[in-house]
Design a protein around this ligand. Structure first.
Ligand code: FEO
Length: 386
């Protein structure tokens, strides 16, 4: 059981999930994930979001413990993704006098997930609407497409708490001590990255609020140095590089493209580039490669040619970058092909569909293994990337 006091009147009732193999069936989470849920205790009691169905039993135990015999008045649902909304129907059945607080979009989507008709028990809110609980007053802020269409946040003005939905969340269970930025960045770019413009709109609204504490749906409650987190979100959502450095991501069949990638990394380090990260896309966590692609200002893609196309893990990496709106970076390219190298041309075409990408010349073309000619190109590419 995990009941923690956030303030005198706000209690944490969420759960850690350290057994999940893949979050959203795609992201490895070595330290698990938390599904955060909160209770505001006042004249009226509001439960702020729920948890994944996987954690149903623990959540209801936490709730019972915190409610201590009280009946909850409201379940505020900031979005319907099942990692938070999985138990809505069970909650509404267990507490028949409770009302669900949603916006119109969420209300229209409820029947897609649940068989219980909750329309007569719903409080439908829109931008700026207030819900008074007693001393606490929740103001609702719509945040469409951060990262689902019905997403909203709730700002509690007495204690100055922003219930931020998935924003400012991270991978990693709360019982794990780890750096916030690393897993928050991996979470952000992979899950929310496509919607930078919508995050920017939200940050603009947030800048008008006096925020003392941020309660996200994953990861720790943030209560100190809030500018640090807001600035990270500002950088990430504007697609500006966060750090100077080079990610070299390679897709190598038998190791020769990998060796060339390592050689380029050595050349860059010799030339004074302090941060060079090399990733083998066949084996690395692709979500981390996406994270690093956005983190640094430069990237090199090195790929073998395969079936007259590019080796599949590079194909998939580029598709992810495109879907996350990768932009504003300098990219170097290295291709390999034992008889008809094609990878460079294909990668260049894919990158040309992204915004503000500068291709560093030359494109290094390797036939099977590095030779004098391709090593010369490698040197020139390293020079262009310094
Ligand atoms: Fe954490 Fe969008 O769900």
């Amino acid at each position: 059981m995990q009941n923690t006091k956030i303030t005198d009147t706000i209690q944490y009732v969420g759960t850690d999930d350290k057994n999940i193999d893949l979050f959203e069936s795609q992201y490895i989470v070595p330290n698990g994930v938390s599904y955060n849920s909160y209770v505001i205790l006042d004249e009226k009691t509001a439960v702020m979001d729920g948890v994944d169905e996987r954690a149903e039993k623990e959540w209801f135990e936490n709730l019972e413990h915190t409610l201590n015999g009280k009946q909850p008045d409201y379940l505020v649902v900031t979005h319907l993704e099942p990692d938070h909304a999985g138990n809505i129907q069970k909650f509404m059945e267990k507490y028949p006098q409770a009302q669900i607080v949603v916006n119109a979009k969420a209300l229209s989507m409820l029947p897609q997930f649940f068989t219980l008709d909750m329309s007569a028990r719903s409080v439908v809110v829109k931008e700026g609407d207030e819900l008074t609980l007693g001393n606490h007053v929740l103001t609702f802020i719509m945040a469409p497409m951060v990262h689902w269409p019905e997403v909203m946040m709730a700002y509690e003005k007495t204690e100055k708490v922003l219930f931020s939905a998935d924003a400012f969340g991270k991978f990693g269970a709360l019982s794990t001590e780890e750096d916030w930025a690393c897993e928050a960045r991996r979470y952000y770019f992979n899950i929310v990255g496509k919607y930078g413009m919508q995050v920017q709109a939200l940050l603009k609204k947030a800048s008008a609020l006096d925020i003392r504490m941020i309660c996200p749906l994953h990861g720790p409650v943030l209560s100190e140095n809030l500018d640090f987190y807001l600035e990270k979100y500002q950088t990430w959502s504007s697609y500006e590089p966060e750090d100077k450095g080079v990610l070299i991501a390679y897709a190598s069949i038998h190791g020769n493209t990998g060796k060339a990638a390592e050689k380029l990394a050595a050349l860059l380090r010799e030339k004074g580039v302090e941060k060079v990260v090399v990733m083998d896309l066949s084996r690395a966590d692709i979500a981390e490669a996406v994270e690093d692609a956005f983190r640094y200002d430069r990237m090199v893609l090195a790929a073998a040619t395969y079936d007259a196309g590019i080796f599949p893990c590079m194909d998939s990496f580029i598709a992810r970058l495109k879907s996350k709106n990768y932009q504003k970076r300098t990219v170097g390219l290295m291709e390999n092909g034992s008889w008809a190298p094609m990878a460079g041309k294909i990668m260049k075409e894919s990158l040309s569909q992204m915004k503000e990408i500068t291709i560093a010349e030359p494109v290094v073309s390797i036939k099977s293994t590095l030779n004098e000619a391709s090593e010369e190109q490698l040197e020139l590419l390293a020079q262009a990337l310094v």
